[in-house]
Ligand binder design. Structure first.
Ligand SMILES: Nc1ncnc2c1ncn2[C@@H]1O[C@H](COP(=O)(O)OP(=O)(O)OP(=O)(O)O)[C@@H](O)[C@H]1O
Ligand SMILES: [Mg+2]
Length: 210
């Protein structure tokens, strides 16, 4: 889990080749205070897309890789012992809410069930984060945006988002890109020219098929 936000600077966005209108959808969701859910298979560019859009919009980005032991306290924060004193330390979600940053929950369906309870008041019109331990109720700062992703084919059938959680999000579905699109990504990412990128792509596909 990232302790510090990636400082996304407009004009230095990591390369992302759009498949459709997902960049416009992201920008519109951000401008309208709506959370965004990204669905799609591994490697199709979800993480890169979020990093790209955070940079384009000039927003700090907190990324949390969710796993089956990740609890609400990991996102919100907890009291820790520091030099003999007990001090409250914000988790990444709380920091993003206070700062008006983007919080990206990668593979959100892996997280424990108590995480959904935290997300509900944050992802509807209230945009609040109650912190039971400190008695605070934070109103999300302007610019705060929650982005979550999951891979529907990969997760256990029992691990899926509840309809009450899913219906709060705008949703974007990613697929594996067409050959020409993938060739351009390989060429741009590798620094090779498009012809060599194309041959790499063909070799890779052939070795996967074989
Ligand atoms: N549309 C794209 N534009 C630019 N690069 C891309 C694109 N799609 C994939 N890539 C490349 O593929 C790599 C893997 O993509 P990424 O990590 O974003 O996939 P992902 O959907 O987040 O996968 P996972 O579900 O496994 O986390 C990126 O680091 C980047 O090099
Ligand atoms: Mg990813």
């Amino acid at each position: 889990m990232d302790g510090n936000p990636k400082l996304a600077v407009e004009g230095q966005a990591p390369f992302y080749l759009a498949q459709g209108d997902e960049c416009d959808v992201f920008a519109a969701a951000c401008a309208s205070n709506l959370p965004l859910l990204l669905k799609g298979p591994t490697g199709c560019g979800k993480t890169r897309f979020v990093a790209h859009m955070a940079a384009r919009l000039g927003r700090p980005l907190y990324t949390v890789a969710c796993h089956d032991d990740l609890s609400a306290a990991d996102l919100i924060g907890r009291y820790l012992l520091k030099g003999g004193e007990t001090v409250w330390v914000d988790g990444p979600l709380t920091r993003a809410v206070r700062q008006g940053a983007i919080c990206y929950l990668d593979e959100v369906v892996e997280a424990r069930k108590d995480v959904a309870v935290v997300l509900h008041p944050l992802t509807d019109d209230r945009r609040i984060l109650p912190i039971d331990r400190t008695g605070e109720e934070l109103q999300a700062a302007p610019g705060f945006m929650l982005v979550a992703s999951y891979n529907p084919g990969y997760q256990n059938i029992l691990k899926t988002l509840k309809p009450s959680t899913r219906q709060r999000f705008l949703s974007v579905e990613f697929t594996f890109p067409a050959a020409a699109h993938e060739t351009e990504v390989v060429a741009r990412e590798s620094g090779l020219d498009a012809g060599i990128g194309w041959r790499c792509w063909c070799d890779l596909r052939a070795s996967c098929a074989g």
